[in-house]
Design a protein. Structure first.
Length: 412
């Protein structure tokens, strides 16, 4: 008997893994979340009598009830859809919503109305809840769980307008906490009953899962996800600390701009031809560096700019400087000394400096600025790095994304 149970567990885990592979081929982000979860096959009498995410031994766990899997969730498409459904609850963090004064059943219906919009209807069991389950309520897609909760609550209390007294209301009255897939939410009660410290630890675990899944998902797969889900993730996805300090990014950019130059030399014969002179390989970087000299740039900022330029120059780069606000005022070769004055101190426009870079064609173009200016119209034809001041543009601002090329913000 024990051996049969062990074999059954191994088989179910294998079948669950196949579902994960299908998910990886079609929707990698959810597959990576799924792969990071603990999996546990349980039997009759366990609190989870379907398939659900709960809190195991201090880690989020996907529980699979063996009788449910073998007798009710036999369709491979439904297995795919239900697993994705559970991953979406994790994405939207429904497990951690604590609203003790709201109706638990309506809350669970609202949660499913949110996530089931992103699962193809044919991939979920027939009794699953969709926006179309309440046609008279005219529910809008892409809304929060609270929006759906209020709509359902108003209808149940007779404030649903034309939806009151319709089959929509009858449908809602027939839903129970152990039907229509809502039974898969029951393990969440246990999570919500844990101490605040335990819940915080579980949310930190979820943060880690989401971060890992995001890192493992290709840009193409990430770009193909529904816009509403990406927007939620952009807001909720914990952002890791920068892997590189901004000064390291600046140095790496300068190093990557190096070009190989060949120079004749009589000090070493050619190994290929045995003749003199030979060839000496020399790496040289020609950097064009634009300084924002507009009125919004303080003296401290300028001092920081020149300090970074000094280190680039000392590392062997050939550095030419542009002083620019609305236009380029002067260009000069940097020789290690900070000028006593800079020209400009007016408004800011990036286009003239970008046109200058396109004409000069340096190995790399670095623009020190706070970023506060109109979207540039000139497209750079050389590698560009924008180095933004501490008080400059924030990465969350639209203008940040409108700057062509790579961006990095100065931090302490």
């Amino acid at each position: 008997m024990v051996k049969r149970t062990s074999n059954s567990t191994a088989r179910i885990l294998d079948e669950l893994a196949r579902t994960g592979i299908d998910l990886l081929l079609k929707e990698p982000f959810y597959a990576h979340v799924f792969a990071s979860l603990n999996k546990e096959v349980v039997g009759k009498g366990h609190p989870v009598d379907t398939l659900a995410v709960g809190l195991g031994h201090h880690a989020l766990t996907l529980y699979v009830n063996a009788p449910f899997w073998d007798t009710q969730l036999t369709d491979p498409g439904h297995r795919y859809g239900v697993v994705k459904h559970e991953m979406l609850h994790l994405v939207f963090r429904h497990l951690f919503v604590r609203e003790p004064f709201l109706d638990p059943m309506l809350l669970n219906v609202a949660f499913d109305l949110v996530v089931n919009q992103y699962v193809e209807r044919a991939l979920l069991p027939d009794d699953s809840i969709f926006l179309e389950s309440f046609p008279n309520l005219a529910l809008q897609p892409g809304q929060t769980w609270f929006y759906y909760y209020k709509k359902l609550e108003d209808m149940r209390q007779g404030r649903g307008g034309s939806a009151s007294g319709t089959p929509d209301q009858e449908m809602l009255n027939n839903i129970r906490s152990d039907s229509h897939g809502l039974e898969r939410h029951q393990p969440w009660r246990e999570i919500r009953s844990r101490s605040e410290m335990e819940r915080d630890a579980a949310e930190m675990h979820l943060d880690s899962l989401m971060r890992t899944a995001h890192q493992r998902t290709s840009a193409h797969a990430w770009g193909s996800m529904p816009g509403e889900v990406k927007e939620i993730l952009d807001r909720l996805l914990p952002r890791p600390a920068p892997e590189l300090h901004w000064r390291q990014v600046l140095r790496i950019f300068a190093e990557s701009a190096a070009k190989t130059h060949l120079k004749n030399t009589i000090k070493r014969p050619s190994k290929r031809y045995g003749t003199v002179p030979g060839l000496k390989i020399r790496h040289r970087r020609r950097l064009l560096v634009a300084l924002d000299t507009s009125g919004s740039i303080g003296q401290d900022d300028l001092n920081t700019f020149f300090n970074e330029i000094f280190h680039l120059w000392r590392a062997g780069a050939q550095v030419d400087i542009l002083e620019s606000d609305t236009k380029v005022y002067r260009q000069y070769a940097y020789r290690g000394a900070t000028p006593e004055i800079v020209m400009g101190r007016g408004g800011t426009d990036f286009n003239d400096a970008l046109e200058w870079a396109n004409r000069e064609r340096p190995d790399g173009f670095i623009f020190f600025t706070d970023g506060f200016a109109a979207k540039p119209q000139v497209q750079p034809r050389v590698p560009v790095l924008w180095v933004l001041t501490k008080r400059g543009l924030d990465p969350k601002q639209k203008a940040w994304s409108e700057l062509p090329g790579r961006k990095v913000k100065m931090v302490s």
